[in-house]
Design a protein around this ligand. Structure first.
Ligand SMILES: NC(=O)C1=CN([C@@H]2O[C@H](COP(=O)(O)OP(=O)(O)OC[C@H]3O[C@@H](n4cnc5c(N)ncnc54)[C@H](OP(=O)(O)O)[C@@H]3O)[C@@H](O)[C@H]2O)C=CC1
Ligand SMILES: O=C1CO[C@H](CO)[C@@H](O)[C@@H]1O
Length: 325
């Protein structure tokens, strides 16, 4: 397969990790960097050895095949639509946009363009993600009944992107979307994704005008879901998928910024069995998913279907409304 030539938009924290991921990817190579500040793009390009840099207009270059959007939440939609209209593939950081309506607009642009569009939920990609999908789909422990998952960290000082309402800050959009993504994936794999979502309870502590520590109890069809997320409280990144005859435990469900998770535990009738998968730099794996979609002429990556992106956005939007009170 020919190498995919990537442009990175928004040379900030996560874009640095993405570029590291590209180095371990099979099919991707960093080619260009774009920023609202061309000087910042040039510095990042020099640091990481990109051939070209400039404003966001680099997305239109003929020698760019795919664009990674690593900017803050509020600018994803406009950039993603520009990239799709330019006929390139998109890997867009989570959450695609801050609202379900805006996300629907981006997905409509993706459908219109027919080009690959993938939301960068890194825990969906790589060998561990494949292992988890196999376990959930095979249903060795019987019917899946409940997903319990949390992602919380304690940021000091209480400032910056995660605490800024104007940048769509708050825990739900920053990290609550990871547990939500897990629940949505399990719902789809067990045949419930098209079923209604009902919230029964939401609790929320607010700091600086954003949801800072919040829980949600809901159902997707008959799948029970308990989610918790925070930007003011560290939480073990564990998740449990409860089944008829036991549970699938993910001791480290999200991995780190540079390593995917590696193990899960099947617990049933007092016995435990650990299954492992090789760790990878997950952002390289998600870049390769885009390359495969390009090579095979597909607009969606099977690991992250658009229906999941839409449902994650719907749940996040409703959770946010309830957390605002
Ligand atoms: N997958 C993962 O593990 C992670 C994902 N993320 C996601 O990545 C995205 C970026 O997060 P992160 O790297 O922490 O963000 P940063 O704060 O590092 O900013 C990233 C870029 O966004 C643009 N930007 C920053 N502040 C503003 C502003 N006030 N107004 C407009 N644009 C701004 C800048 O781009 P420019 O130079 O072009 O102006 C900047 O380089 C988010 O969607 C976040 O949720 C974040 C961390 C980890
Ligand atoms: O997606 C993310 C992963 O974790 C980070 C914190 O540890 C977040 O800030 C970020 O947005």
């Amino acid at each position: 397969m020919e190498k995919t030539r990537w442009a990175v938009l928004g040379p900030g924290t996560i874009s640095g990790d993405f570029v590291t991921g590209l180095r371990s990817s099979e099919f991707g190579v960093l080619h260009a960097v774009g920023s609202s500040d061309a000087g910042r793009a040039a510095a990042f390009a020099e640091q990481h050895g990109a051939a070209a840099s400039g404003t966001y207009d680099v997305l239109t270059r003929d020698d760019v095949d795919a664009v990674y959007i690593g900017t803050v939440h509020t600018t994803h939609a406009e950039l993603a639509i520009r990239v799709l209209e330019a006929g390139k593939a998109v890997l867009c950081e989570k959450p695609v946009t801050p609202t379900a309506d805006e996300t629907a607009r981006v997905l409509a642009a993706a459908a219109e363009s027919g080009r690959p569009f993938v939301e960068a939920f890194k825990q969906r990609f790589g060998p561990f993600a494949d292992l988890l999908r196999t376990i959930v789909t095979e249903g060795e422990l019987g019917e899946v009944r409940e997903v319990v998952a949390a992602f919380g960290y304690d940021q000091h000082p209480r400032t910056g992107r995660a605490f800024d309402p104007a940048l769509a800050g708050g825990a739900i959009l920053d990290v609550g979307c990871y547990p939500t993504s897990l629940a949505v994936e399990v719902a789809r794999l067990t045949g419930r994704s098209a079923l209604p979502v009902e919230f029964s309870e939401v609790t929320a502590e607010r700091v600086n005008g954003v949801d800072a520590d919040t829980t949600a109890t809901l159902t997707i069809g008959d799948l029970a879901v308990e989610l918790r997320t925070a930007v003011i409280r560290e939480m073990p990144g564990a998740a449990v998928i409860r089944c008829e005859r036991g549970e699938i435990v993910l001791p480290d469900a999200w991995g780190s910024r540079i390593e995917s998770p590696s193990s899960l535990i099947l617990r049933s009738e007092g016995e435990e069995r650990m299954l492992t998968a090789p760790t990878v730099q997950p952002m390289g794996a998600e870049a390769d998913a885009v390359s495969r979609a390009l090579a095979e002429g597909r607009a969606e990556a099977p690991e992250m279907p658009w229906a999941d992106t839409a449902l994650i956005a719907e749940i996040s939007t409703r959770w946010l409304e309830k957390a605002r009170g």
